[in-house]
Design a protein around this ligand. Structure first.
Ligand code: HEM
Ligand SMILES: *[C@@H]1O[C@H](CO)[C@@H](O)[C@H](O)[C@H]1NC(C)=O
Length: 324
């Protein structure tokens, strides 16, 4: 009997290996990657994020967005964290990121604590993946086991940041295709867009939707116009919550807004009523927060698997802002 159990285990282990090989590089990631080499990693990241979110709840949202903008450009390789230098044109000044992406100092601070505990061991890409998960969970969202083992790139691509990150003026069809090009399907697109249940956008990002689109609640548009002048200028940086129902709570309020035409961005409102075959998914998440939460976790893990550097590729940066 014992021999049979052992041989069944061997067969199961062999199947896992075959499956891992079939899935390619992404399958090299594992939630236990640092268990031996940096056992306190997860608690260091968690307390760093807890302090940051306590000081400013929006930071949970900002770090989540930082992870998205990392993964969509060359994969989840911490390219977004590299500063401009004489040899690097970084991504921080790309159109979708400039005057908008934030939270770099929070990652620096967590990284320095991780380096003190486990020097030269944990990548900036993995710290960002863990911090994004913790930001969501600290704002009452779900938690999950983060896949780990990514390494950091030595290069960045401002041009890829400009072309791969979707714009708020995108149509539903353009959003579906931007996500498909990263191996993410329509369900992933809608679930991940639910990240807009937390955080804020600048007037510059929602101006044309509130002034020029007709698929927006009239009273809501009038209210947003009060803080956002029709011409670009001094009001460009004025902020409004992406989910006015509950801006610092990770729930399905975003979808309830979108089905009622209270989406803040043109791209948000495209997820309902614009005819790209995603309406039923948006409506389902608006009705059922548990389904949204489950699908969001699945899609975050998929997004986190986009083209990681593993094995001998890339490096473990000492400072997230520059290659070693
Ligand atoms: C579907 C395509 C998407 C578009 C077009 C889009 C666009 C935007 C824009 C324009 C802003 C406001 C930026 C500003 O005005 O400074 C924003 C904010 C945000 N986005 Fe997205 N986004 C998309 C998907 C995602 C995804 C997949 C995530 C994460 C999984 C995400 C997370 C966030 C968060 C959390 C914020 C608020 C950040 C803060 O308050 O600092 N977005 N997004
Ligand atoms: C609205 O559309 C008109 C015509 O395309 C354009 O000239 C104007 O700049 C737009 N306004 C905003 C606030 O986007």
């Amino acid at each position: 009997m014992a021999a049979l159990v052992v041989s069944l285990r061997r067969v199961a282990a062999a199947c896992v290996l075959v499956l891992a090989a079939a899935l390619g590089a992404a399958a090299q990631l594992s939630p236990t990657f640092y268990d031996g080499s940096c056992p306190n990693l997860q608690s260091i990241v968690r307390s760093g994020m807890a302090a940051a979110v306590q000081q400013e709840p929006r930071m949970g949202a900002s770090i989540l967005r930082l992870f998205f903008h990392d993964c969509f450009v060359q994969g989840c390789d911490a390219s977004v964290l590299l500063d401009d230098s004489p040899t690097i044109t970084g991504e921080k000044n790309a159109g979708p990121n400039a005057n908008s992406l934030r939270g770099y100092e929070v990652i620096d601070s967590i990284k320095s604590q991780v380096e003190a505990a486990c020097p030269g061991t944990v990548s900036c890409a993995d710290i960002l993946a863990l911090a994004a998960r913790d930001g969501v969970n600290l704002l009452s969202g779900p938690t999950w086991a983060v896949q780990l083992g990514r390494r950091d790139t030595r290069t960045a691509s401002q041009s890829a940041a400009n072309s791969n990150l979707p714009s708020p003026s995108s149509s539903a069809a353009a959003l579906v295709s931007a996500f498909a090009s990263k191996g993410l399907d329509s369900r992933d697109l809608v679930a991940l867009s639910g990240a807009h249940t937390i955080g804020s956008a600048r007037c510059a990002s929602f101006r044309s939707h509130v002034y020029n689109d007709s698929n927006i609640n009239a009273g809501f548009a009038a209210k947003r116009k009060q803080i956002c002048q029709p011409q670009s200028g001094g009001s460009d940086g004025n902020l409004a919550p992406l989910d006015a129902l509950s801006p610092v709570k990770f729930d399905n309020g975003y979808f309830r807004n979108v089905v009622a035409q209270f989406g803040l961005l043109h791209s948000d409102q495209e997820l309902f009523g614009a005819g790209a075959g995603v309406d039923s998914i948006t409506a389902q998440y608006a009705r059922n927060g548990a389904v949204f939460s489950r699908d969001f976790v699945t899609a975050m893990i998929k997004m986190g698997n986009i083209s990681p550097l593993t094995g001998a590729n890339g490096e473990i940066r000492g400072n997230c802002r520059k290659p070693n």
